[in-house]
Design a binder for this molecule. Structure first.
Ligand SMILES: C[S@@+](CC[C@H](N)C(=O)[O-])C[C@H]1O[C@@H](n2cnc3c(N)ncnc32)[C@H](O)[C@@H]1O
Length: 224
């Protein structure tokens, strides 16, 4: 009886360990590996992209105060890193974090031109944000969650980076069969309910959901 129990525990552990080792969306980040910063800037920071058109309203909804430390995880070209850096001011810090060195180089050059020393960059890995433990008040993600190939590992990493009481912001596409575009249905692996369940299973608590976006959900979680 005791040996049966041990075998079951070992099998469950192996399944969880296996889940961490297998990408949930192989190849989804390939296009960003040697990205042309200016070309992607034209695609991310453009009219017609809901989250960019609404970026001021998104940031205004977040009760961001001067002096806060924020990690913009999956920063891309920095569509949110720059306005976030202006919002936290010179006493604060924004860490533009991404797995694409090309994006980070573009952000660094632009931060120098715009005289924003509070905006720094950090190269992450696919399973590890590489943020210091208990170092940030907010982890901001826009259009990034569905790009995590190893969401469980990334969520664990983001959980330990946040200070207790710190917030994880997740903005991502609504994926509703029969309503979302064929592109969203093909590109985005999971809808809002699955995403919320995954994030709650990683130890976060949902605290607020903003309703003004049409194509995206916008949810705030907290590290208890
Ligand atoms: C669609 S872009 C969104 C960029 C930006 N947040 C925006 O909304 O304009 C997704 C970004 O997530 C990044 N990414 C993918 N997996 C990541 C990971 N595990 N850690 C950090 N960044 C990641 C990609 O390199 C890419 O820059």
């Amino acid at each position: 009886m005791k040996s049966c129990l041990v075998i079951v525990v070992l099998m469950v552990s192996a399944v969880f360990a296996g889940a961490q080792d297998v990408s949930v969306r192989p190849g989804i980040n390939q296009a960003y590996e040697a990205a042309d910063y200016r070309r992607w800037q034209g695609m991310f920071e453009t009219a017609g992209r809901e989250v960019f058109e609404q970026h001021e309203a998104i940031i205004a909804a977040l009760d961001i105060r001067p002096g806060m430390a924020i990690a913009d995880v999956g920063a891309g070209t920095g569509a949110f890193s720059f306005p976030l850096a202006r919002k936290v001011g010179s006493s604060g810090k924004v860490i533009a974090q991404d797995i694409s060195p090309a994006f980070l180089r573009g952000i660094e050059a632009r931060a120098r031109l715009e005289n924003l020393p509070q905006l720094i960059t950090l190269l992450g890995a696919e399973k590890e944000a590489r943020l210091a433990p208990n170092s940030v008040d907010m982890v901001f993600t826009c259009d990034t969650y569905h790009h995590f190939e190893y969401p469980q590992a990334m969520l664990a990493s983001l959980h330990q980076a946040l200070r207790p009481g710190g917030r994880l912001i997740v903005i991502d596409y609504e994926r509703i069969p029969g309503r979302s575009s064929p592109w969203v249905l093909g590109h985005v692996r999971a809808g809002r309910e699955t995403v919320v369940a995954e994030i709650e299973a990683a130890g976060f608590k949902q605290i607020r959901s903003h309703q003004f976006l049409r194509e995206n959900f916008f949810i705030e979680f907290m590290r208890p």
